[in-house]
Design a protein around this ligand. Structure first.
Ligand SMILES: [Ca+2]
Ligand SMILES: [Ca+2]
Ligand SMILES: [Ca+2]
Ligand SMILES: [Ca+2]
Length: 442
């Protein structure tokens, strides 16, 4: 095996002092784009953050300036791509150090972003180290947790209308010590998100070296110490993953020397769970930016797939759901970055489920039976090469959010979708032997 350093040829031509980086597909073309937090104390902050658009041929374009995302006055530590307003476009929340307000950039859908930190109440002024995402109150809208020095961490509840409410003190998760990375996890699989925070003991008495905040039935959090009593380490980064494959997420923590790194093995209880691995076919293959909705026991829960949250670490790409003492899951719905929606009913519990984009639509990544051309089409008319053994007379048109909008007759082996306007569509071809789905662009 050998590697070639392709950094310069790929477009990474500038040396910058940087901390966190995050991947996300900002234009839903199936190619992951890259955001890098620049933070330079030597040059008085005059290094802007970097946004690189993936061109798909192992090269990237620096669109930091044209996308409006570069801000020369930020002291950015870490950021996270998240579609906070559920419009199908990944936005980005940036944790800024040294009392520079945190920033929320809303994706406008045309490779530009708008700064909405002020109007959304997310422009918290703090020594922010990291950004962690989770829907702690199960309303489907992702909430933000961002760490700080002694003044306290922030828990930003997403109100669902592009505004947030800061609730760290009232929820009991302010921490009020020097904090670094954090992660949401349902450690006891009782259907609510708990929160683990890495930190360090400082000069103040009462400082916490870390905290495991267990969610209570009254919707606040309490400090859980069992298993963490011996922690005096200065800890920076943490990550969750299921090290022994028992369905209960374990925690790895990176520490400053001379204390070794920690691995906390989660002692399982009798609660049930399911783990989910997503694989994109039209969306990016890692399915970054997907939202998973699970319904069990009359309660909905949500997970969001991210690549680059917390502080300089990466959680397992397997998504965890606890279902408590329930023994059934009603359904799991996957909202893919492409706009496709897949749904599975009554999956078995206490297992890992691998879901491939399009599974419930019969979408096949490699479909040579039916070829639509030209694709994209400039006039909405596609010609169809039918390599199957059966004639097809009609097809269903599915829009980009997975809804069937029409059934169309095929005339002279051609299909006209001009009436539906420009966009991405999926053509479902149902015959006696198979259901094929073809993605077309007009
Ligand atoms: Ca992209
Ligand atoms: Ca969005
Ligand atoms: Ca929420
Ligand atoms: Ca829990």
């Amino acid at each position: 095996m050998s590697f070639t350093d392709a950094s310069f040829a790929a477009g990474f031509t500038t040396a910058i002092k940087a901390f966190g980086s995050s991947w996300g597909d900002i234009n839903n073309d199936g190619l992951l784009d890259l955001f890098i937090c620049a933070r330079d104390t030597d040059t008085n902050n005059l290094t802007g953050n970097k946004l690189y658009l993936n061109n798909g041929n192992f090269s990237f374009s620096d669109i930091s300036v044209s996308s409006n995302i570069e801000d020369l006055n930020d002291m950015s530590f870490c950021a996270a791509f998240i579609d906070f307003n559920l419009d199908g476009l990944l936005d980005i929340y940036i944790a800024n150090d040294r009392l520079v307000p945190n920033e929320l950039f809303k994706n406008n859908g045309d490779l530009t972003f708008s700064s909405i930190g002020l109007s959304s109440n997310t422009d918290i002024i703090m020594d922010a180290m990291s950004t962690t995402i989770g829907d702690y109150n199960y309303d489907g809208f992702p909430d933000f947790y961002t760490t700080n020095t002694h003044a306290g961490n922030a828990m930003l509840r997403n109100n669902g209308d592009e505004t947030f409410l800061e609730l760290a003190d009232s929820l009991g998760v302010a921490f009020n010590s020097v904090a670094w990375g954090a992660v949401f996890l349902d450690g006891d699989n009782d259907m609510d998100l708990d929160l683990y925070v890495s930190g360090m003991l400082g000069p103040s008495s009462g400082d916490l070296p870390s905290a495991y905040f267990e969610r209570t039935l009254t919707d606040t959090f309490v400090l859980e110490t069992l298993g963490f009593e011996l922690d005096t380490a200065a800890s920076f980064s943490n990550a969750i993953g299921d090290l022994n494959n028992d369905g209960f997420p374990d925690i790895a923590v990176s520490n400053k020397e001379p204390i070794n790194h920690f691995v906390y093995q989660n002692v399982p209880n009798s609660n049930h769970w399911i783990k989910i691995n997503l694989e994109g076919t039209i969306s990016n293959r890692d399915a970054i930016g997907a939202r998973i909705e699970l319904s069990s026991g009359g309660q909905l829960q949500y997970n969001f797939t991210l690549l680059g949250e917390g502080f300089l670490g990466q959680n397992s790409m397997t998504e965890f759901f606890g279902i408590g003492l329930n023994t059934t899951i009603d359904s799991i719905t996957v909202y893919w970055p492409s706009g496709l929606i897949d749904k599975v009913y009554s999956p078995s519990i206490d297992q890992t489920l691998d879901l491939i984009e399009g599974f419930s639509l019969g979408l096949s990544e490699l479909n040579n039976q039916f070829i639509f051309y030209p694709n994209p089409s400039s006039d909405g008319i596609f010609f169809i090469e039918n390599n199957s053994n059966e004639a097809i007379s009609e097809v269903s048109i599915i829009n980009s959010i997975g809804q069937k909008i029409s059934t169309e007759l095929l005339l002279n082996n051609s299909l006209n979708i001009k009436a539906f306007g420009r966009g991405i569509y999926y053509i479902s071809i149902l015959n006696s032997s198979s259901n094929s789905i073809i993605k077309v662009v007009y």
